[in-house]
Design a protein around this ligand. Structure first.
Ligand code: 5AD
Ligand code: SF4
Length: 364
């Protein structure tokens, strides 16, 4: 490791004093120093969370969304995609497939779909928890605290809600009608209700500054989140941002590495978006601090309708092929597949689901 870089990493790491200035020094490291930074993050990953890679089965059960995010292909205005909702039967079938492959976490993901009442989702969670030995992660967007409470009581363990960008002005521009503070309030509600919480951001958004990328990491540190989904922005042709360029691989890896350094025990997925910009993206992310992979178990016949951003055809694989490739990659890398639920390190000691009293609607 080059001496200058070493000093900067040590400064950030040892002092446990994470502030805008010392993080900027890491962000400012040039291409020449990048390999050393990534490999340092890889060492921290190994020391803090080991060689295990946690697999989370993602099931995209509805692509309806009432939001208007300028970057996303599922935005309400996009009339070019056909919308679907999986039946409960189809969802359970997908869960069964994931369980057959040994996966221990199911991620239920959808757009912000007003069709479902909180109780519908609660029944779904209860059914899955009753019939399968899995942890359940939800990724359903912004909802009332009371809904989050009902779902937690139904057995949900974790919640993913990326803050997308820590720049409040850019946030409002890119998510018309929404604001960053509401998003942060949701994240705090989720933490308060005992969820393990994931956040994260996109890298290379039009109008995003280096300053705001540093703030992304600091915000996740401040919220003390358990997981961070970090991926490059990828332009979708049927959105208002379709003609902008994608975020870069090296910038994304750099931010992954810095996040690992700042939050050493965090769960960091090698996101699909990273694999989309580079064929080797998954491996590179796993060598830069990542320790989670989220294979897709959405039925293939709707997969091409859940187009947040255009994906390369070769990563839209059936579970058989994708699990085979995944196992091969992990074997080559001397990494093992975790057999546990893969809960956050911080709360491992405790029972993974603590039921809290339900006092009905309106009570906070
Ligand atoms: N490029 C990359 N990521 C995107 N997301 C949405 N649109 C894009 C895009 N064009 C991410 C957001 C969101 C998640 C579901 O997908 O971070 O939280
Ligand atoms: Fe909906 Fe999420 Fe896409 Fe925004 S990013 S349009 S909330 S699915």
């Amino acid at each position: 490791m080059r001496e200058g870089m070493n000093d900067q990493v040590m400064l950030v790491n040892n002092g446990k004093d994470f502030n805008h200035e010392n993080l900027r020094q890491l962000f400012d490291l040039g291409e020449h120093d990048l390999p050393a930074l990534l490999s340092y993050a890889n060492q921290i990953r190994k020391k803090q969370v080991g060689n295990e890679v946690h697999l989370r089965a993602i099931i995209e059960f509805s692509n309806y969304c009432s939001c208007h995010c300028l970057y996303c292909g599922l935005r309400a205005e996009n009339r070019k995609i056909s919308r679907y909702r999986l039946t409960n039967q189809e969802i359970f079938q997908s869960v069964q497939t994931a369980v057959n492959y040994g996966l221990k976490t199911i991620v239920l993901q959808s757009g912000e779909d007003q069709f479902y009442r909180p109780d519908d989702i609660a029944r779904l969670i209860e059914f899955i928890k009753k019939h399968f030995d899995v942890a359940v992660t939800l990724s359903l967007g912004e909802h009332f605290r009371q809904s989050y409470r009902i779902w937690r009581n139904a057995g949900a363990d974790r919640y993913l809600l990326k803050h997308e960008t820590a720049d409040p002005i850019l946030y409002q521009k890119l998510r018309p009608g929404k604001n960053l503070q509401d998003r942060i309030d949701c994240l705090m509600n989720l933490k308060d209700l005992g969820y393990q919480v994931g956040s994260g951001n996109m890298v290379g958004l039009p109008g995003q500054t280096l300053t705001s990328l540093i703030e992304d990491v600091l915000l996740m540190k401040k919220l003390n989140i358990e997981m961070a989904g970090i991926g490059p922005f990828l332009p979708h042709p049927d959105t208002p941002l379709g003609c902008y360029s994608a975020g870069s691989l090296s910038q994304t890896l750099k931010i992954l590495a810095i996040t690992r350094i700042v939050l050493p025990t965090i769960h960091l997925p090698a996101t699909t978006a990273i694999s989309t910009i580079n064929d080797n993206g998954r491996r590179l992310a796993l060598e830069s601090g990542a320790n989670v992979i989220m294979p897709n178990f959405t039925p293939l016949y709707v997969r091409n309708q859940y187009v947040i951003y255009p994906q390369k055809i070769d990563i839209i694989e059936d579970p058989e092929k994708s699990m085979k490739n995944l196992k091969k990659l992990l074997k080559e890398m001397n990494r093992t597949i975790s057999m546990s639920y893969g809960h956050a390190i911080k709360i491992k000691k405790y029972s993974y689901y603590k039921k809290e009293a339900y006092h009905g609607f309106g009570s906070q």
